[in-house]
Design a protein around this ligand. Structure first.
Ligand SMILES: Cc1ccc2c(c1)c1c3c(c(C)cc1n2CCCN)C(=O)NC3=O
Length: 279
């Protein structure tokens, strides 16, 4: 069992600020390090007191997220600075990313130009390619988990966050998991088949489709309809949203939204695709 820095009261070291986000796990709050004045993001995770409890997170899941983050130092992946544990809480001290979610950036602009989308995709692929080179799959890639380092700066950096569903593959391991967000999950997750890092490549195909059109390729009126659309590979490049989109961009998406995970292109192959890296 991993041992984190014991700290009865994280407020001895950090001034706790505004809530930045919350979820099943707990809260993310801005924190200010008293010793240096530096600002960070504190992810406050309630830990289950006993196995039968439904409140809070299982400690082993927190340990897995910390192990994954400790293996991932990359400019396009949020950095983990420190981990503290008090009575029933673990606090991850994370790099503060103040440019907001890619999701909101798209919402404000409806959709991006291809050159804007390419710049974002390059950085996402660099971060995901690094993760995959360490045999780590994110398994919850979506615009809400892709943040911008600075608001609207011309050269804002992409930061991939939230590794709560991430998994580090051991050699020869068979891993199955029925979680993620319906719009972004591939057929093999729905069919409860053995998974690989190719799960993330499907999600990248969905994200690229959204960046270029503002529409979600498989979104139905209900989650069940969305899942049916995914299994049936029921998506299209409708003229209304894709009439100005290049054939290369569509080819890039088509090579990712492939039902057979072994046939899907990898992050490294994406970075060599002519849409991303023109000849
Ligand atoms: C300014 C701001 C606003 C909301 C934030 C964050 C920062 C944020 C951050 C992180 C996470 C995991 C979630 C976060 N959220 C929650 C929403 C993420 N989808 C993080 O790791 N660093 C952040 O700054």
């Amino acid at each position: 069992m991993a041992v984190f820095n014991k700290l009865d009261n994280v407020e001895d070291l950090y001034e706790i600020g505004e809530v930045l986000g919350s979820g099943h796990f707990g809260q993310v709050r801005e924190v200010r390090e008293r010793a240096t004045g530096a600002h960070w993001a504190g992810k406050f995770l309630k830990i289950r007191k006993c196995a039968s409890s439904r409140l809070g997170m299982e400690r082993k899941n927190v340990e897995r997220e910390v192990e994954v983050l400790q293996a991932l130092q990359h400019p396009n992946i949020m950095a983990l600075k420190d981990v503290f544990e008090s009575r029933a809480e673990v606090v991850l001290v994370l790099e503060l990313i103040s440019g907001g979610e890619l999701f909101d950036f798209i919402a404000e602009k409806e959709n991006l130009t291809e050159s804007e989308a390419i710049e974002f995709m390059k950085q996402i692929l660099l971060g995901v390619g690094f993760m995959h080179s360490k045999q780590i799959g994110h398994f919850d890639l979506k615009p809400e988990n892709i943040m911008l380092s600075a608001k609207m700066a011309p050269n804002t950096d992409i930061k991939i966050i939230d590794f709560g569903l991430a998994h580090r593959f051991q050699p020869g391991e068979e891993y199955k998991c029925m979680s993620g967000t319906p719009q972004y999950i591939p057929p093999e997750v729905i069919n409860y088949e053995p998974l690989s890092t190719a799960v993330d490549m499907w999600s990248i195909g969905v994200i690229t489709y959204i960046l270029l059109s503002g529409m979600s390729p498989f979104q139905g009126d209900t989650d069940e309809e969305t899942l049916r659309n995914i299994i049936a590979l029921n998506y299209k490049f409708d003229d209304h949203h894709f009439s100005m989109t290049s054939a290369m961009a569509k080819d890039f998406i088509q090579k990712l939204l492939v039902k057979d995970q072994n046939e899907r292109i990898t992050a490294q192959e994406c970075l060599q695709h002519p849409w991303i890296k023109p000849l």
